[in-house]
Design a protein around this ligand. Structure first.
Ligand code: ADP
Ligand code: MG
Ligand code: MG
Length: 255
């Protein structure tokens, strides 16, 4: 059991300290076993929150804290946060030439394990095969350079492959549904649902209800102007689909 607490988090872009804060006092708790959906209109700080939790050095925490199992993770770098069980699936996955997909995933797994307990290669390849089959990915994608020439949908599927192979405690998935057709969406959702269990939690960022028809969240929060303005259950996502975000105001969540 683990618990991540975002407490009154205020964040700016480090290179633009004169600009206003992007996050303006975010409070959010994610418990293991839980799927937490983060919704809200574009440009309101959702990706910034995920990047800041992961430790992207471009973002500066000016106030508040991020606490994992009672300990602030703010002093930790990205690698240490990954070893602590955090994972971020990207909205725009990077392409890397010269590193195959399989090599990248094995390195990501091993970076999270002690040096004297690296994953045996045969076991790794077996797990990789099995997981790629679940995600209906062609075998040759393991040997292609990371994300190079992958379509938008293939990149997203590849993020889920990494997720399932790495098996983090907390997976943040940023608009993993964008660019996916309905079949790919179902497969990706199936992958995430297979991860569900008492030792796994996920923060799923999306603006659409569609993904949440397949990955039913335990908690739904809505972010606007850098604050959480509403929190509820899976039914909140359904009602937002009808009403949109316009009627929600900052302060509603505390009302
Ligand atoms: P969302 O994911 O909800 O669409 P983002 O977190 O990507 O929102 O962005 C929130 C706001 O912060 C936007 O106005 C965006 O332009 C700004 N922003 C985010 N990251 C950066 C950055 N690295 N440099 C400058 N502005 C940024
Ligand atoms: Mg505030
Ligand atoms: Mg975003």
């Amino acid at each position: 059991m683990s618990i991540l607490e975002i407490k009154d988090l205020h964040v700016k872009v480090k290179e633009e300290p004169e600009h206003p804060e992007i996050l303006r006092g975010v409070n959010l708790t994610i418990k293991s076993g839980e799927i937490h959906a983060l919704m809200g209109p574009n440009g309101n700080g959702k990706s910034t929150l995920a990047e800041t939790i992961m430790g992207n050095p471009r973002y500066l925490v000016t106030q508040g804290d991020i606490v994992l199992d009672g300990q602030s993770i703010l002093p930790l770098g990205v690698d240490e946060r990954a070893r602590a069980g955090l994972f971020l699936g990207m909205q725009y996955p990077a392409e890397i030439s010269g590193v195959t997909n399989a090599e990248f995933i094995r390195a990501a797994i091993n970076a999270r394990r002690p040096e004297d307990d690296q994953v045996p290669i045969m076991q790794f390849l077996k797990d990789l095969d099995k997981t790629m089959a679940i995600l209906k990915m062609p075998e040759d994608m393991a040997d292609r350079y990371l994300n190079q020439g992958f379509s938008g949908g293939e990149k997203k599927r590849n993020e889920i492959l990494q997720l399932m192979m790495v098996h983090p405690g907390l997976a943040m998935l940023d608009e993993i549904d964008s660019g996916l057709d309905i079949d790919a969406l179902r497969i990706v959702a199936h992958g995430v649902n297979l991860m569900r269990g008492p030792e796994f939690s996920s923060l799923i960022i999306t603006h659409y209800q569609r993904l949440l028809d397949y990955i039913v969240p335990d908690v739904v929060s809505v972010m606007k102007d850098g604050e959480i303005i509403e929190t509820g259950g899976a039914d909140l996502a359904k009602s937002l689909e009808k009403t949109g975000y316009e009627h929600l105001k900052v302060g509603d969540a505390n009302a």
